[in-house]
Design a protein around this ligand. Structure first.
Ligand SMILES: NC(=O)c1ccc[n+]([C@@H]2O[C@H](COP(=O)([O-])OP(=O)(O)OC[C@H]3O[C@@H](n4cnc5c(N)ncnc54)[C@H](OP(=O)(O)O)[C@@H]3O)[C@@H](O)[C@H]2O)c1
Length: 481
């Protein structure tokens, strides 16, 4: 289906969340569902079953979730809407690792259309699916599943989990979520590229000098130390979110916006990526802010990366050999996700101008597009100066209110059987290949983890990596180069 088309907007569905007492459910899923209720996108008979092992009553669960929704909503909290929303929710106490517990589901019959959200660690994906299958629950109706990242902890594990899930769910009913794809400006990348002749005609190695993509966070691991010890920046951010963003920035024009055509082009990108250089780091202490190794549930000798920067290039296609730099890290000086496309300096003999045009796409927290280019400086002398065009999408209140959060958009799509923004298995597999290539490079070349002070730009080695190529990292608001 072409993404965004044929949306009924009011699907009748049984939506079951495993892991309903977790951070993801409280902070993202339930607020997203409340927003859909607010926008009248849930049918009256839409059921939200929240499976948790904690001994909560229905009333206790509703009491717990209310402050989360109040805090996270992008609309003014509305008592009547919230009250109507709670009517959709049913808390079901169940230990999902206990096969016998699935008998309880007899009291909660499935519908014609059923969607499960596994908001749990991937080690539980198989056991939950097996429990649903063995209890006969998957016999009638349609059953689809949304899986959170990370999908497994290695390529081998991911393949094994995928094989298991394929026993019980049809491949096209398995949705891997990468919530970055639900972000407004990520969706805008393709629109900017393919609806403007200005950009489409110059999106090649003849005109583009380099591409930089940054996803910087100011927060550390906070309470998620045990998860992060298994993941690190490479598995948590680089091999999925950053690679996905990059594929939108560099992929060739798809023949349509149909998910199959899009995936085809993304696969061509990921199959043609070559890893050149790599820097990894881990945040150290600064003032009263503790180092990663002193965080809760973190090994005091941990070698986990909280920062990664890479240089890549594509071995084929219009952007062949253009350097692509990706970087991500925690406890950096600024929270910002953005893309910089830096064009080659014109340098012709009419105007001795060495300045580069730079296209900036701001993804979060600010959303917008900026373009810096050259123009004549007012006056009698033919001097070139830089001018900037800046469109701040998130500055417009109406845009902010009307822009769905990533999870809201993705859930709405999934409820309507639109899988266009979910990642199919071949892309997940290629991402794992990339992640493994990174890990192998670290081992083979003995790449050392560099400790960087918190709230800085990250390891100096990452600056050095670009310096060797004659470049430097552009910060979000640095529009000229
Ligand atoms: N949080 C995020 O922003 C985020 C973002 C992207 C991806 N993810 C991924 O989403 C998944 C969930 O993340 P989270 O942050 O919500 O984790 P979390 O806060 O640790 O929640 C995990 C949930 O799983 C349940 N659970 C764990 N072990 C269980 C067991 N043996 N039997 C029954 N229930 C069990 C927990 O129940 P109890 O409450 O009873 O412990 C809780 O409801 C993870 O794979 C994570 O990597 C999270």
């Amino acid at each position: 289906m072409k993404h965004g088309e044929k949306m009924s907007n009011k699907p009748s569905l049984v939506f079951t969340i495993f892991g309903s007492t977790g951070d993801l459910t409280y902070r993202k899923l339930l607020p997203a569902l409340y927003h859909l209720k607010h926008r009248s996108h849930l049918a009256d008979d839409f059921e939200i079953r929240c499976i948790g092992r904690r001994n909560y009553t229905q009333a206790e669960y509703l009491e717990i979730i209310e402050p989360w929704i109040r805090k996270q909503t992008r609309f003014k909290f509305d008592e009547a809407t919230y009250h109507a929303f709670t009517k959709h929710i049913r808390y079901v106490q169940m230990e999902f690792t206990n096969m016998k517990a699935y008998g309880l589901l007899e009291d909660y019959p499935c519908g014609e259309d059923n969607l499960y959200y596994f908001a749990v660690s991937p080690e539980f994906f198989t056991v939950i699916s097996e429990g649903l299958y063995k209890s006969g629950y998957l016999k009638n109706g349609t059953h689809r599943v949304i899986l959170e990242k990370p999908f497994g902890d290695s390529l081998a594990h991911a393949k094994q989990v995928n094989r298991s899930l394929n026993q019980w769910f049809n491949d096209k009913h398995i949705y891997h979520i990468d919530h970055y794809l639900g972000k407004e400006m990520i969706q805008n990348i393709l629109a900017i590229r393919f609806s403007n002749r200005l950009f489409e005609s110059v999106w090649n190695s003849e005109n583009i000098e380099q591409i930089q993509i940054t996803a910087a966070e100011t927060v550390g691991v906070e309470t998620r130390g045990s998860y992060y010890e298994q993941a690190g920046a490479i598995k948590d951010m680089l091999q999925n979110h950053l690679l996905q963003i990059m594929s939108y920035v560099v992929m060739e024009r798809p023949s349509s916006l149909n998910s199959l055509d899009m995936v085809d082009k993304q696969i061509s990108v990921l199959a043609n990526v070559s890893l050149d250089k790599l820097v990894i780091g881990q945040y150290g202490a600064k003032d009263e802010h503790r180092a990663y190794r002193d965080e809760l549930n973190v090994d005091p000798d941990s070698k986990i990366d909280t920062y990664a920067a890479v240089r890549l290039h594509l071995v084929e296609g219009p952007l062949k050999d253009v350097p692509i730099y990706l970087r991500t890290g925690k406890r950096l000086s600024q929270r910002a996700t953005y893309i910089k496309v830096i064009f080659k300096a014109n340098g012709n003999d009419l105007y001795q101008c060495q300045r580069h045009e730079v296209l900036t796409i701001k993804v979060q927290p600010d959303e917008g597009i900026s373009l810096s280019f050259n123009a004549k400086k007012p006056g009698t002398i033919n001097t070139i100066t830089e001018v900037k065009m800046d469109f701040c999408q998130s500055c417009i209140l109406e845009n902010r209110i009307n822009t769905p959060e990533a999870y809201e958009r993705l859930l709405d799509d999934a409820f309507n059987h639109d899988d266009g923004l979910f990642t199919p298995w071949p892309i997940v597999e290629l991402s794992w290949h990339f992640g493994e290539a990174v890990t192998q490079k670290i081992e083979k070349e003995n790449i050392e983890l560099s400790i960087y002070p918190s709230y800085t730009q990250g390891p100096v080695e990452a600056d050095q990596m670009l310096k060797e190529d004659g470049y430097y990292w552009l910060e979000e608001d640095e529009l000229s180069y």
